[in-house]
Design a protein around this ligand. Sequence first.
Ligand code: MG
Length: 254
Amino acid sequence: MRIARFSAEDGMSFGVVEENTIAAVAAHPFGELTFTGQRFPLADVRLLAPILPSKVIAIGKNYAEHAREMGGEAPAEPVIFSKPSTAVIGPGEAIAYPEKLSERVDFEGELAVVIGRMCREVPAARAADVILGYTCANDVTARDLQKKDGQWTRAKGFDTFCPLGPWIETDADPADLAISTTVNGEVRQDARTSQLSHDIPTLVEYVSQVMTLLPGDVILTGTPAGVGPLEIGDEVTVTVDGVGSLTNRVVARD
Ligand code: MG
């Protein structure tokens, strides 16, 4: 099932995407869904970020080849950081390049996990019980500021630096999915989620030992090798097979 959030003529709603239509869901997408009976052609709605998380937790250097391209080894334990919820944008929304503050803004295509219920201290073996589904993410990063600051809050935290979408796929098996990123149609990242150093159950256990996860919280699982810069005017697409494709353009920040 593909759960999206969308705006149509009479406001915003969650909905379930089926073929070329979207069936509106009352209230929230957690637990049993209640359908309103309204259905729209997909072409007549605008898809929004599929969820507005209370927090976005991200994993650093979780593909060995990416850790190497950054000049290190894959860490033995997951390295976690956070992106503010205000960084989240949806499919088709613009990534705003903060030219006054950064000269190097990179894409990072990632598989994102969406949490479906409040939980803490979840054993890896029970991680599937707390996961609603999966979406595509772009962990946009001001690489120069990441290096300069020595920690990542500013580099990872600009408004628009967390595109998510196009929807939450609830039926995907994330163990071995193809993940790729293109910039202006050219393939820049091409990997499989089976190459994750720390798999998704391990990440859910690790993060939930630290903090309570709320419905809608998002875990970005790390980016494969091939990261590189974006320029104003670029179009960047993150695709996870069996999940979907997320496309955003880069514009100058006002
Ligand atoms: Mg990342």
